[in-house]
Design a protein. Structure first.
Length: 340
């Protein structure tokens, strides 16, 4: 069994289609060439170089190395991992169909393999850091194999998607596939690991409460115990009499939040005369919740670990000294040059 990484667009714009259709697609715009009619990766490279009028040969070589496998290297029964850009989770599937080319589907969906998505919304925090390095490979398609990744992922699947206890021999850490990683994702993974160590359980409510206060809200925190569907209440102005009035539910379970939890929050909002609701879930949200975002856009906001970390970045200077001690951060600016 080989393990292949696919990305569903730079910002996850194709993710729902991948999952709904039960497929992975090559999302190169207007690439209307049947890969079964191409005899070699070198020939594919030449086609790409000419078709897209590329200035750098390296780009054509890179693209060819990603496009070629879907038709000529991937096999039935291989596994696919789809890192979510909408949610800090991972989706896993098995290839159950041969390569297909169907121009009637329109760009960029000409090329696909059918997938049985057997595990959705697995939190990133469950995976060892060296595996996350590989999942952060700065490629649209690649094989994941460094550090015995294929065997270890299969073991996790057999262990309900938890890392098996260490045997005393530590797995080596390494950089991403092909030596390149998504630096932004790597930073979020590192900070995420620190936060979940320091802010488990009710302490996560402390962190979200501090962020809201830093954003200018007056907050009320429910006493420990029965919270009647709400952990925090927030409203602007000094005394908290302004609008919008927000109900907040905070979840730190090691599984993504499901649809009934969202429905419960929506029902609770009326009990507190709240204008809006916010559901904060460190482990993210199941796909059924993500699909509700458009319908609930004017009522509810969802925060996963990425949103919480981003809010920490945005409001770090205004956070309490206690929080800064627990999460010591340093601002670093880097030149971002993305090769096309």
């Amino acid at each position: 069994m080989s393990l292949w990484l696919f990305r569903a667009g730079r910002n996850g714009e194709y993710e729902d289609k991948f999952l709904t259709d039960g497929r992975v697609y090559l999302t190169w715009d207007d690439f209307d060439v049947d890969l079964r009619e191409i005899d070699s990766q070198e020939e594919l490279y030449k086609i790409l170089f000419k078709k897209y009028d590329l200035e750098k040969e390296k780009t054509a070589v890179n693209w060819a190395s990603q496009i070629w496998p879907i038709a000529h290297r991937m096999e039935m029964g291989d596994w696919v991992v789809l890192p979510s850009k909408l949610n800090r989770t991972l989706h896993f599937g098995k290839i159950v169909g041969d390569y297909e080319y169907d121009q009637s589907l329109g760009s960029p969906y000409y090329h696909y393999r059918n997938i049985d998505w057997f595990a959705l919304d697995i939190p990133r925090d469950r995976f060892d850091q060296d595996i996350l390095y590989s999942f952060g490979a700065f490629l649209t398609v690649c094989r994941i194999h460094r550090n015995n990744a294929e065997v270890r992922i299969k073991q996790m699947a057999e262990n309900n998607w938890h890392v098996k206890p260490k045997t005393g021999i530590e797995m080596p850490e390494g950089m991403g596939e092909n030596g390149e990683i998504d630096i932004e994702e790597y930073i979020f993974d590192q900070i995420s690991e620190r936060i979940i160590q320091r802010f488990k359980g009710h302490r996560m409510e402390d962190l979200v409460n501090e962020i809201l206060k830093a954003k200018g809200f007056t907050t009320y925190r429910s006493p420990k115990g029965a919270d009647y569907g709400v952990d925090l209440l927030a409203s602007p102005d000094t005394l908290g009499f302004g609008s919008p009035k927000i109900c907040i539910q905070v979840k730190t379970n090691d599984t993504p939040v499901d649809r009934p939890t969202l429905d419960q929050l929506i029902g609770t909002m009326s009990n507190y005369n709240a204008d809006y609701g916010m559901l904060a879930s460190w482990s993210g949200f199941k796909t059924s919740v993500i699909r509700e975002i458009p319908k609930q856009f004017f009522k509810v906001r969802l925060w996963d670990s990425r949103n919480i970390i981003q809010e920490i970045f945005n409001n770090y200077d205004k956070l309490s000294d206690e929080i800064k001690t627990e999460i010591p951060l340093k601002r670093v600016w880097m030149l971002s040059l993305e090769e096309q």
